[in-house]
Design a protein around this ligand. Structure first.
Ligand SMILES: [Zn+2]
Length: 181
């Protein structure tokens, strides 16, 4: 079990973010010999304090839970193996069929668990409610932004519009004598 509160800050600190549409979020820490970003994750066991994980897979685990036999794979159009931007990754199996399809460019990846994280995508009402609940529990806006694939200013805006302070504000606006017309 990966503890996200210890791992997220490390991932965020060692990433170079390109926030333009389609931009890659590249790991600047250590890499393995295949070019994938590698991050040490505390095990909680004294005999072996850290275990190395590939960053793009670890992020998928943090977002979706354990992946089982699924692999975290880069979209064909993402050129960087050390990129972990959630919208650049999909989950699939490395069966020969999939590999063949990818080689032929026919792979349109049923992204089973992947959220639509395109910057222009609107969150569903249920997602906004979940996002507000995460913030209310004390999750940081930067982490929430990553979890839902939106920017931190967008999170801030949602919090203002939908957070617990909203009702009070609209109440004031409706009933404050200065604002009554
Ligand atoms: Zn990428």
């Amino acid at each position: 079990m990966v503890r996200s509160d210890t791992v997220w800050p490390r991932i965020l600190a060692l990433t170079e973010f390109d926030h333009s549409p389609g931009g890659c979020w590249r790991w600047t820490g250590s890499h393995n010999n295949r070019g994938y970003g590698m991050v040490g994750v505390p095990t909680g066991r004294p005999e072996r304090r850290h275990t190395m994980k590939t960053v793009h897979r670890l992020v998928q685990v943090l977002l979706h839970g354990e992946l089982g036999k699924l692999n975290a794979l880069h979209q064909r159009w993402c050129p960087h193996r050390d990129c972990w931007r959630p919208s650049h990754i999909y989950l699939g199996t490395l069966s020969q069929n999939v590999a063949d399809a990818m080689a032929l460019g026919r792979h349109v990846s049923p992204p089973v668990f992947m959220r639509d994280t395109h910057p222009t995508a609107k969150l569903t009402t249920a997602q906004v409610e979940a996002l507000i609940a995460d913030l209310t529990r004390g999750m940081r806006q930067t982490v929430v932004a990553l979890k839902y694939g939106i920017s931190q200013p967008q999170v801030s805006k949602l919090w203002i519009e939908h957070g617990p302070g909203r009702r009070e504000k609209s109440h004031r606006a409706a009933y404050h004598p200065d604002l009554a017309s």
